[in-house]
Design a protein around this ligand. Structure first.
Ligand code: 5AD
Ligand code: SF4
Length: 439
């Protein structure tokens, strides 16, 4: 989300004549886009600001600014008290960033931290380097108010872009050769194009997106287990280029904890949904988010989470220790799970996921997969790397027939928990075979 926002910011600034430099020493303006989701994200930013202070000492005219979710929180501390930054601009005020930079150049502090009920940057063309992968932010904000989460406070209320503007952006990406596009929102299932008479929902948006370019894979993130619809599951099956991959954060396997988190679903509902999706979308795979050590979490609650992981067998998971965030409801609860217990539980969750990922990947040995070739593998230019429809990286020996952005069929011959290895079989005729089919 922040990377997508940074591209929007670059789009706005480039239009004003700004350009990017690789060398901070040459910069007139240095902007840090910040995240507040957990304390360690915030601590990293404090570290970065500390490093940048030297740049400012060497160049007193430098404008140093903070963007994103920490803006409101940092305003007092960094602008008014410590006076180390010249500019703080929150996620809904990027349109006015050039004005705030001018204010800062004139020696005042540029401060724009208001949230908006309507800003979606619908008409802003994000600045993207050429490539195969892109993000499109389709909605902003979140109305869910999970008790642990700061997003509704830092990013404000839910609002969606128009379906037409997203389709136009996809057309532009297609013309530039992008092949793998992720539609982004905090809760994409709340997507609603209220401007159109038809009130297009997220399934409609996916359908329209899939039709733009049949050779472009479309992914999406993040789905909330309460809002994801059966219509959406069927839509995924209707278009071969909609990836059979759903990121569906569970957060906890305990109903008591889910209730305290205000997640508004039960484990039974969640597992039922997973079963439904598996039936409707053959070969679908899932990833999730898990929080360990939420206030009052017992070992029993923790084992319930472990149980859900074993039942679903996720392809991947983002796993976190609970981090109290000021302003949230959970912040008022006592953070009563000791640090070493949080760590121990998290480690068990991480180890289990690693084992499941390894087993799932090894089950793929001997199978045929279709990958989009993205370039040389990170480790060696004797191998190319490409991703499957379900987002797994496959490494294949180079072959002069294979070029970047080709869809090729490969046979998996080896697997670790993070990577698959395979042999080239053939190129794919996308029009005929569809790119999401596993050979
Ligand atoms: N502590 C730990 N993890 C959190 N997340 C959100 N807020 C917190 C928090 N306070 C995690 C959730 C969410 C993901 C984006 O970050 O798992 O799905
Ligand atoms: Fe945060 Fe996601 Fe819950 Fe929204 S749905 S409050 S973004 S965890």
């Amino acid at each position: 989300m922040n990377l997508a926002d940074t591209e929007i910011v670059l789009g706005i600034l480039k239009k004003q004549g700004y350009d990017v430099t690789d060398n901070p020493e040459n910069a007139d303006v240095v902007l840090l886009n910040t995240c507040s989701i957990r304390d360690n994200a915030e601590q990293r930013i404090y570290g970065r600001i500390g490093n940048l202070k030297t740049l400012k000492q060497n160049n007193p005219d430098l404008v140093l600014g903070i963007l994103g979710c920490m803006a409101e929180r940092l305003r007092k501390d960094l602008v008014e008290d410590k006076k180390v930054v010249d500019l703080v601009v929150g996620p809904d005020e990027y349109r006015r960033l050039p004005e705030y930079i001018d204010v800062a150049f004139n020696g005042d502090k540029g401060i724009g931290v208001k949230l908006s009920r309507t800003e979606t940057y619908d008409d802003i063309e994000p600045h993207r380097e050429d490539g195969l992968n892109a993000w499109i932010s389709v909605m902003r904000g979140c109305d869910k108010f999970c008790t642990f989460c700061v997003v509704p406070f830092t990013r404000g209320r839910e609002r969606s872009r128009s379906l037409q503007s997203i389709v136009t952006e996809l057309e532009n990406l297609s013309a530039r050769g992008f092949k793998d596009v992720t539609l982004l929102g905090q809760n994409v299932n709340s997507y609603l194009d209220e401007e159109s008479k038809n009130n297009w929902d997220f399934a409609d948006l996916l359908s329209a997106s899939a039709k733009v370019d049949r050779t472009m894979r479309i992914r999406f993130s993040t789905s909330h287990p309460q809002d994801i619809s059966v219509k959406l599951l069927y839509t995924i099956t209707e278009h071969p280029n909609l990836c059979n991959y759903i990121h569906l954060p569970v957060q906890s396997g305990s109903n008591r904890i889910l209730d305290l988190m205000n997640r508004t679903y039960t484990v039974e509902h969640y597992l039922n949904l997973i079963e439904k999706a598996k039936k409707i979308i053959p070969g679908v795979s899932f990833s999730t988010d898990i929080i360990s050590g939420f206030p009052t979490e017992t070992w029993e609650d923790h084992f319930a989470t472990i149980e859900v992981m074993k039942r679903v067998r996720y392809d991947g998971a983002y796993m976190f220790k609970y981090s109290p965030r000021e302003g949230t409801k959970a912040f008022k609860m006592e953070d009563d799970v000791a640090e070493e217990i949080k760590s121990k539980r998290l480690q068990e969750i991480v180890d289990l996921q690693q084992q499941i990922s390894l087993e799932k990947n090894q089950e793929m040995i001997g199978k045929e997969e279709i990958i989009l070739v993205e370039g040389f593998s990170k480790k060696s230019n004797q191998y190319i790397a490409g991703r499957t429809d379900t987002n797994k990286m496959v490494i294949v020996p180079i072959d002069n027939k294979i070029k970047n952005s080709d869809y090729i069929k490969v046979k998996i011959n080896r697997a670790t928990s993070g990577t698959l290895f395979g042999d080239y079989l053939s190129h794919i005729d996308i029009e005929k075979q569809g790119i999401a089919l596993t050979a």
